[in-house]
Design a protein. Sequence first.
Length: 107
Amino acid sequence: MPNRPRLALNLRSKAISLNDAQNDSLRAAAAREQAEELFAKMQQAFDQAQADALQRTDLTDQQRAEGELAMRKALDSTQRMIDSLNQALKIADQAAAQGGWKAEEQP
């Protein structure tokens, strides 16, 4: 293996110090992402349950309707949660923008 010259890199590590508003913004964004994933999984489960319910002969029309209503309520609730998180994120982002980002050099 030939000797290759090593590249010398002089990197300075930077630590980012976040204020409370910026931390809130990051937490809200993470929560929203999790809520959106939950909603997608619930929607898939709802679609599968609907397809399965049509194949089941042991369920009455009323039972199917009640199951569908319960799942729709859960989906609606999850969508309201996402909407609330979006609103919280907007507020947190506005507060974070006012505080700005502060980079501090570390030894």
